[in-house]
Write a protein that binds this ligand. Structure first.
Ligand SMILES: [Ca+2]
Ligand SMILES: [Ca+2]
Length: 186
């Protein structure tokens, strides 16, 4: 059964799932009203210094693949229409450049300030991690009302420790937009 995490929760992915090699990071959302929000899933692959080793290690709708080919975004979804994962990022943990120590998972609303969009307009949104081979859900983290006034959130991070990859449900909301994260990690 999948682990359901709350903010601040952490989980040793490697210990719990030793056979896990390829993961899917899935983002899903549904609307509360007739608004259509465009959510974007992005990841920042960071080195020991907490920075991107090269800007291409920021994987998002306009840069679908990391230079080491370990991380692949399957493409932009602009409406979230339909059940299941609306955006997906595939990560092969065995191919990740050894300089990468942390993977930050960010969900942001496209053009939020222009369109006056925020997470409060959503009925529900989640990020989950699946085993790519079996499609089994390993963990799930639901966005809650805490983020109603935010336009973007660091959902979680995968951190490489001596005993493997840990997932931390950081849940840090902001209104700085995707560019704000780029400024922080570039
Ligand atoms: Ca999108
Ligand atoms: Ca959906």
């Amino acid at each position: 059964m999948a682990i359901s995490l709350n903010k601040g929760g952490a989980f040793n992915l490697t210990k719990k799932e030793p056979s896990l090699k390829k993961i899917i990071i899935g983002l899903g959302w549904e609307m509360k009203t007739e608004n259509i929000l465009d959510l974007d899933a992005s990841v920042f692959l960071l080195g020991n210094n907490g920075k991107l080793p090269a800007e291409e290690y920021f994987v998002f709708y306009n840069n679908l693949k990391s230079p080491d080919s370990s991380v692949q975004h399957t493409g932009d979804n602009r409406t979230g229409a339909g059940d299941g994962d609306d955006e997906m990022i595939l990560a092969n943990l065995t191919l990740i450049n050894s300089a990468i120590k942390e993977i930050i998972i960010v969900v942001s609303i496209h053009e939020a300030s222009v369109r006056r969009h925020k997470f409060g307009l959503l009925k529900d949104a989640y990020v989950r991690i699946l085993d790519e081979e079996t499609k089994r859900e390993v963990l799930r983290y639901d966005l809650d009302a805490e983020f109603n006034d935010d336009t973007d959130v660091e959902f979680g991070r995968l951190r490489l420790e001596e005993d493997g990859w840990h997932f931390i449900a950081s849940g840090i909301g902001s209104n700085m937009g995707l560019g704000g994260y780029v400024d922080m990690y570039a």
